[in-house]
Design a protein around this ligand. Structure first.
Ligand code: SAH
Length: 364
């Protein structure tokens, strides 16, 4: 079913973007009893559409139609890995924009990796999501909608969320914060903040803002290089917020929230994968994040780079990855190598949307 509403209905507020309290105010303004808001919130946030709600009544449905909209992302493409059951969705949104979400199966249940923006403006050189730049931010309802649409399709509960798909979540700060509030609400999806990770390329002022929110989410920092020259080249954000500034912000984050931070390090052959670079990584992490009074357990997730046609980067071989990990471990840093899921469906975010947009360009 295609959901391309006319321009007038797009201007109406999205019913799923309201918090429980705001929805109560909305319903009161429409002279509806307060219990209605509670009923609506619970059902909307479990993916039920108002037209499917048996307890709503025709008059109220008509009233809602007059005042609101309630779009859900539509499945444009769905790929299932025959290797490990990883499911990748290409979703289309109301305005035709496409985003990707990936559902991974772990022993402890399903984890969804969601997108935070349509495209990305951070410009990381190895990343497929940023090639066409940023089109727009996702709103809170579209962030939530990815979880709801995937859960509805799979018929199984998704218990964990990682904000590691297309986009930079801290470049869409307010919508992401609203989303965190909505998705963790006990009357809604009720996914605990401890089960949510947010990954950032390192927008320092927003990391400090997030520290002040003091949420029990897990913060992940995409490091990928420790010397400013290499990081400047790989990740333009580093020219504004260099390594030392970023690590200081991480320290403040840890001291404020008492939550450990996890670090991502994508290994690219000949760029950032030498044993000397591993030494430097360990040295700087230890210097900035260990103090006499407080010690943050330091964990680095090593990811062999996913080869994206346009970037020309090659991944580090297994022996190189092992050597890099050994140097870290020797220096007291826990290192794990990210297990590659969905290898047969190109499960890393950004690549399916890229291929789809290219296909559309060729056709038009
Ligand atoms: N913008 C956020 C979240 C999205 S990217 C961030 O930068 O953290 C999620 C992770 O995938 C980041 O660590 C990112 O650097 C990494 N990544 C992007 N492209 C990649 C590629 N081609 N191979 C391996 N990792 C990649």
């Amino acid at each position: 079913m295609s959901q391309t509403p006319d321009a007038s209905s797009v201007a109406l507020p999205d019913l799923r973007s309201f918090t429980a309290e705001e929805l109560k105010e909305q319903m009161l303004a429409l002279q509806q009893p307060a219990y209605r808001a509670g009923q609506l919130f619970t059902q909307l946030h479990r993916g039920v559409q108002p037209e499917e709600m048996t307890n709503l009544g025709r008059a109220l449905l008509a009233l809602l139609r007059e005042h609101y909209r309630w779009p859900l992302p539509q499945i444009e493409k769905k790929l299932v890995s025959s290797l490990d059951g990883t499911v990748k969705y290409l979703f289309s949104l109301e305005d035709g924009a496409c985003i990707e979400s990936v559902v991974m199966q772990y022993e402890h249940g399903l984890t969804i990796c969601i997108s935070s923006q349509v495209g990305c403006r951070m410009g990381c050189r190895f990343c497929a999501s940023t090639i066409g730049g940023k089109v727009r931010d996702l709103n809170a309802s579209e962030l939530l909608g990815q979880v709801l649409a995937a859960q509805k399709d799979l018929g199984r509960r998704i218990g964990n969320i990682v904000l590691m798909g297309i986009g930079e979540p801290l470049d869409n700060y307010d919508n992401v914060l609203r989303f965190l509030k909505l998705v963790s609400h006990p009357d809604g999806l009720n996914i605990g903040l401890r089960r949510i990770s947010l990954s950032t390329c390192g927008i320092v002022p927003r990391i400090l803002d997030l520290a002040r929110e003091d949420l029990p989410i897990t913060l992940s920092i995409s490091l990928h290089a420790m010397d400013n020259a290499t990081r400047d080249e790989l990740m333009p954000v580093n020219r504004k917020y260099p390594v030392e500034t970023l690590l200081d912000a991480c320290k403040t984050y840890f001291e404020t929230t008492n939550r450990r931070i996890s670090f991502e390090y994508t290994l690219i052959a000949g760029k950032n994968d030498s044993p000397e670079q591993a030494e430097q990584l360990a040295r700087l992490l230890n210097r900035h994040l260990r103090t006499r009074t407080q010690t943050m357990p330091i964990h680095v997730n090593l990811i062999p780079v996913n080869e994206v046609e346009e970037t020309g980067f090659r991944h580090t071989g297994a022996a190189g990855v092992r050597r890099f990990a050994e140097v870290l471990e020797k220096n007291g840093i826990r290192a794990t190598v990210r297990r590659k899921l969905g290898a047969d469906i190109n499960a890393s975010c950004g690549q399916l949307r890229r291929a789809y947009n290219r296909e559309k360009e060729t056709l038009s």
